[in-house]
Design a protein around this ligand. Structure first.
Ligand code: BYC
Length: 476
């Protein structure tokens, strides 16, 4: 196992000290990163002590080391998963050949585009969550938010390392740009749509962690299959951290459902108004938030049929999640994939695409199946409590802004409908202004150790075997 050297200015397991030029370039970027963190990160909490996990090694024992840290002192570093001996290319035209330790010149721009897109999402999410700490429902949740924030910062470091180490001057310029674009900025927005959506309440935050971080899981798993080995190793390690972000989303939403069911039982009613009078989140309201964040996150997979996707698969740049274990045909040069597209007359028609061009859709399908797992769990809770309500994912076609269904009005089941009917129905399908006002009214900060806001149940257990009422953040 490669050890991480924490005596270095930039902790790393890539022997940075042996490459003075690269080390100097990254040490030059480091204060800019810290300036960005101070300006765009959870800066109002810079002086508080947070119980955080920091990686001290990339194997199972080393990556989860806990301690109390002030966030600006977090040791953001560069950690690659250990190399796999004799690894070969797992998919595409060069299947079976040795993986690359450098970027082949002919694939440079495609690699750069994907690495920049991946890197752009990481600081974007920190910017989106910039002010959430002020309205935390508990110290436990506040700590989880900060853990996610520092790790997204580290994921930015992961991509910046690859850009600096393998893309020369272009890479250094892209690394600067990653700090210059900002979520929601009119002139310099983040690259992908969802990362420009504001996250101003914790219900949105939990939905983001559940749906958007899960896109992160699928994209990172695809890049972890890459023939460019340093990128694959970087993404493999990022995935260990990403799992916690999805855990926060799934348990956060599950705790909201649990609390709502408790309130429904107490008042003996499922009337949304009555539930709101008790300060909880009624299930139809939750459903509208799920509709919003799920449909936004679906766009992150790109178009159903994409020549970019075909090229990156053929070239060995980006594979499918678990390429080796989940698929038998790793070349996909003559297979096809069936997709449903609008027929241009208000209906739906089946179309057949070469498999390579449909890789975004293959990923999206796997993603949707993964999203369904949490809903099954929450629906089980609801059913066990004796209620008839079922949370559902809307159709893949609903409210899309990218791909074949972009701007085609459909209902939640994906049936094409007229524009007027769509506009009329939307307030029932997505959070309305009054829904958002209500959710905002719930966002009162609770910072007494062990106490929870009235709209969310406590977690089943604390962090790292500590009790739920541990003081995870010392606000001094
Ligand atoms: N919004 O052929 P197309 C994460 C662009 S999340 C705006 O359809 P392609 C995280 C696309 O960029 C994971 N633009 O798609 C989660 C392209 O533009 P250019 C992030 C969009 O290229 C939470 C054009 O449309 N990682 O880690 O096959 C917290 C045509 O593209 C959108 C990645 O995304 C959109 N939604 O695939 C923190 C992996 N969708 O280049 C972190 C890297 C598409 O022509 N990225 N476009 O100007 C990729 O693999 C691919 O770029 C995409 C798009 C899957 C995003």
């Amino acid at each position: 196992m490669s050890n991480i050297d924490y005596s270095d200015k930039i902790p790393n397991n890539v022997n940075l000290a042996n490459d003075r030029t690269l080390q100097r370039a990254l040490e030059h970027w480091q204060p800019r990163f810290l300036d960005w963190w101070r300006e765009m990160g959870p800066n109002d909490f810079a002086s508080v002590d947070v119980y955080l996990r920091t990686a001290v090694g990339v194997d199972a024992q080393g990556w989860a080391h806990y301690g109390t840290v002030k966030m600006p002192d977090y040791r953001w570093g560069i950690f690659l998963a250990d190399p796999i001996a004799n690894r070969t290319i797992g998919f595409g035209d060069s299947f079976g050949q040795p993986v690359w330790q450098q970027v082949p010149g002919e694939f440079r721009s495609q690699f750069r585009r994907l690495i920049v897109t991946q890197g752009d999402t990481e600081p974007a999410s920190v910017e989106q969550q910039h002010r959430l700490g002020h309205t935390c429902p508990s110290l436990y949740d506040l700590r989880n938010l900060f853990q996610i924030n520092v790790e997204e910062g580290r994921h930015l470091w992961a991509m910046v390392y690859i850009l600096h180490a393998y893309f020369g001057r272009d890479g250094r310029e892209e690394a600067e740009e990653l700090l210059a674009r900002h979520s929601g900025d009119v002139d310099k927005p983040r690259i992908l749509g969802t990362f420009n959506e504001p996250i101003e309440d914790w219900l949105s935050f939990f939905c983001f962690c559940y749906f958007t971080d899960r896109d992160g899981k699928f994209q990172l798993k695809s890049l972890a299959e890459s023939s460019f080995d340093p990128l694959a190793r970087t993404c493999r390690f990022m995935l260990t951290e990403e799992a916690h972000h999805m855990f926060v989303g799934e348990t956060g939403l599950g705790r909201i459902v649990r609390r709502t069911l408790e309130v429904m039982k107490e008042i003996g009613s499922d009337d949304p108004e009555a539930i709101r009078r008790r300060g909880a989140v009624d299930l139809p309201l939750l459903q509208r938030y799920l509709n919003y964040w799920f449909s936004s996150s679906l766009d992150l997979f790109g178009s159903e049929v994409s020549s970019n996707a075909a090229t990156t698969f053929a070239s060995g740049i980006k594979g499918r999640p678990d390429e080796t274990t989940q698929y038998r045909d790793h070349v996909c040069s003559d297979s096809t994939f069936e997709i449903e597209v609008p027929d241009g007359r208000g209906g739906v028609v089946k179309d057949t695409s070469p498999m390579r061009n449909a890789m975004n859709e293959v990923l999206r399908d796997a993603y949707v199946r993964d999203c369904e797992i949490g809903l099954k769990r929450w629906n089980m809770q609801i059913k066990r409590a004796g209620y008839n309500f079922e949370l559902k994912l809307p159709s893949n076609r609903f409210r899309r802004a990218i791909g074949a269904w972009a701007n085609i009005p459909t209902d939640l089941e994906g049936r094409p409908i007229g524009r007027e009917e769509y506009d009329r129905s939307l307030p029932g399908w997505l959070p309305s202004a009054s829904d958002r006002d209500y959710v905002k009214s719930l966002m009162q900060r609770v910072v007494e150790p062990g106490k929870m806001a009235a709209w969310i149940a406590p977690p089943e257990r604390g962090v790292n075997n500590l009790p739920v009422d541990y003081e995870y953040v010392r606000l001094n």
